[in-house]
Each structure stands twice: as C-alpha cells, then as structure tokens.
Design a binder for this molecule. Structure first.
Ligand SMILES: C[S@@+](CC[C@H](N)C(=O)[O-])C[C@H]1O[C@@H](n2cnc3c(N)ncnc32)[C@H](O)[C@@H]1O
Length: 277
C-alpha cells in the first residue's frame, strides 16, 4: 500500500535459496526489487494477485481498487528500473464478471511507464467449432459467459524490442506456403492468441494447494518469444515457482520472489524434482 507502514510479512527477513541456475527469494517483492541492480533482467514474466479475493495462504487478495492500482504501479516502477532497455515484461492478469475493468485500468496506468508492444490472449479453453478443448472454471449465470481467456500484456520500454517470432512459432499448416512465400524454414509466427491449457488435475494437491497458478508452457513461450539465450528471467510474484521451471527448461537463469514461505517450499521442491537442461 503506497505510503502506509509495511505489513509484518513485508518486514520479515529475506531468505535466498539456490537450486542449480535458479534463485528463489522469500520476501516482499517491492523490498527485494529495490535492492536489485538496475538493468539486470532480460525477461519478466509474472501473474500478480488480481485483487479478486482468491484464498492465498497469507496474502489478502482484496483491497480497495485504488490501493491495489497504486501498489501495482509502485511495483511496475521498480520492475522498470531492473529491466534492461531491450527487455520484455509479460504481465498476466484477468478481471472477473463483477470486475471486468480492472486489467484495463491497470494497463492504462502503466502507460506512463511502458509501451504496450503486444497484447496476447491466453486462451485456457476453446470451442472449435462444436468440440471443446482445455479447462475453465464455469460461471453460473444467466448474464455472463464462462471466462475462458486471460490477458498477457507484453510491455517494453519503447515498443521496439526485437523478438524471436519463429523461436516461439509453429510449423506451417499448408506446407506449400513455405516455397510459395519464400520462407527459409517450416515455421511461422504463432500470433497473439495462445491456447495453453492446464493439465487435467483431480485435486488441490495436484494444483500445489495454490489458487492461481499458470501452466509452465505460458512462461516458457514468453521466454522463447523474447529469444535471448541464457536470459535472466524474473518473476516477482513467483507463487509455486512455475516461471522458474520454465527458466530451467529454456536454459535461462531465473529469479523468483515470493512472500509466502509455504509457496516457497513448494517451489523449491518442484524445482528439485525438475530435470536439468
Ligand atoms: C497469482 S499468484 C502467482 C502464481 C504463479 N504464477 C504460479 O504459477 O504459481 C501471486 C503470488 O504473489 C504472492 N505475493 C503477494 N504479495 C506479494 C509480495 N508483496 N511479494 C512477493 N509475492 C507476493 C502471493 O503469495 C501469490 O503466491
């Protein structure tokens, strides 16, 4: 909360853990970010709390909209300082049927700090044309549709960061396009609509007892799209460590910050179990 005394968790001692090339920092991200070197991070991938009342273990996900937006702007300002001038900041956020404006309010406030280089829709479930794929939480309503996608705002300092579109790309469906259009390889840009479903799970434990994780493939695609070998990848709201798993998979050096000790424990065990590249 801007201008208010830090809550006790924010004052708690910062702890660091190293697992291979990955670093986990237990603490308040604002406090940790302010001590990090400027321009030291290539890619930020993060999903902050959405301020929609999710049941995190310690963080209270419900404050006034203005407090929340002020806090997020404060964090984004700290992130801007640590991001390299040619870095990418991928911000995953969604609203709810009751609070549909929030992601837009936030990204408009961030306009003073970043350019919106790409707006990606992360599709969790899709119907094509009569079949359906993926998973979603059904909305029980006569007014609202099920919310099957979330935002992934790709923010950069000036909107001119070169990306590896083919690194995160897909093979051509129609192979005749390769020669006809003079492409050097069987790969095209994936576009700005990413279908990344959750794995099927049967209970909370398989979701790591955390109410708001994303699939590893999502940060992995962001890292591939930014496309710098051995990139330094930061997630200031690390949760169960999903971004660090993606960093590990892509041969990147990840830094994850998380305020809740239990989620840090889960992240450490997920990383220890993950194969090294
Ligand atoms: C949406 S979750 C991130 C989940 C993550 N992407 C994953 O896949 O596990 C947001 C996380 O931010 C953490 N958090 C809240 N306030 C924080 C703060 N000030 N500093 C660091 N982490 C914080 C919460 O405990 C929660 O785990």
């Amino acid at each position: 909360m801007a201008g208010q005394a830090a809550p006790p968790a924010a004052r708690a001692r910062v702890r660091r853990y190293h697992i291979g090339r990955q670093e986990i920092i237990q603490g308040d991200c604002l406090r940790v970010l302010r001590r990090m070197k400027p321009e030291s991070v290539d890619v930020i991938v993060t999903s902050p709390p959405y301020n929609i009342g999710l049941g995190y273990r310690s963080y209270q996900d419900r404050r006034s909209e203005n407090d929340y937006l002020d806090w997020m702007v404060e964090i984004a300002t700290a992130l801007r300082r640590v991001l390299r001038p040619d870095g990418s900041f991928f911000l995953n956020i969604a609203g709810t049927s009751a609070e549909p404006w929030l992601p837009f309010e936030l990204v408009v406030r961030l306009r003073a700090l970043f350019a919106l280089q790409n707006h990606i829709s992360w599709v969790k479930s899709i119907a094509v044309p009569d079949d359906s794929f993926g998973h979603f939480k059904p909305v029980n309503s006569g007014r609202y549709l099920n919310r099957n996608h979330e935002h992934l705002f790709h923010l950069t300092l000036n909107g001119d960061v070169r990306l590896d579109r083919l690194g995160a790309g897909v093979p051509f469906k129609d192979k005749s396009n390769i020669a006809r259009r003079g492409h050097a390889q069987d790969r095209r840009c994936r576009g700005d609509t990413w279908f990344v479903p959750y794995e099927t799970v049967r209970d909370r434990e398989q979701k790591f007892n955390h109410p708001g994780t994303f699939p590893v493939r999502l940060p992995e695609l962001c890292i591939q799209l930014h496309g710098r070998a051995g990139a330094v990848v930061l997630d200031p709201f690390m949760g169960t460590g999903t971004t660090l798993l993606a960093a590990q998979k892509t041969g990147s050096r990840g830094i994850g910050i998380e305020i809740d000790p239990d989620y840090v424990t889960i992240a450490r065990s997920r990383l220890k179990d993950a194969p090294d590249v």
